[in-house]
Design a protein around this ligand. Sequence first.
Ligand SMILES: [Fe+2]
Ligand SMILES: [Fe+2]
Length: 215
Amino acid sequence: MATERHYSPADRLLLQADAALRTLLPFSGQPYRPSPAVTEPEAELDADDARHVAGLMRINHTGEVCAQALYQGQALTAKLPEVRQAMEKAAEEEIDHLAWCEQRIRELGSRPSLLNPLFYGMSFGIGALAGLVSDRVSLGFVAATEQQVCKHLDEHLAQLPAEDRKSRAILEQMREDEQQHAENALEAGGLRFPAPVRFGMTLLSKVMTKSTYRI
Ligand SMILES: [Fe+2]
Ligand SMILES: [Fe+2]
């Protein structure tokens, strides 16, 4: 059975700083699972297609940066230890997604978004606030966010050139994982957010996708 480790406030601060750096510094996230893309052949994409797919993968990478920050913020303020542990475990799984997306962006000759520190800070704050309100709100936020990510992934999967099997393999595995994260959060007692809240989240995610596709 898992026992909770006790960290001092200073330990927690250092762990947070470490997590932030591992999310934001290039090539710093070590995946726990190998990328699903490694067994797929590389496609010969023309310049326009490669730029478009790199833009989509950049959006997904920033989404994973936000997920990391959200989970880290919540883990900081969650009240129940089992909720905190569940958040930390989910954050570990998102590191795979983060690393796989970054690797694919580089293969396509591009780089992650320059806006990532900004989105990290915003998401960390939102996560920490949600955790302060209550664990149920916090878990509800995870569920709603993951459902939003699933919607993006479906749109991106529909837009990928058929020959780009590497990007497809990554997004399909992410789609499966995010669906599971959403279900786990609801099963753990997450609130189902009303439509206006979900609409607000959709607007925010539009800002993120429009800006990081290019920047
Ligand atoms: Fe993810
Ligand atoms: Fe997720």
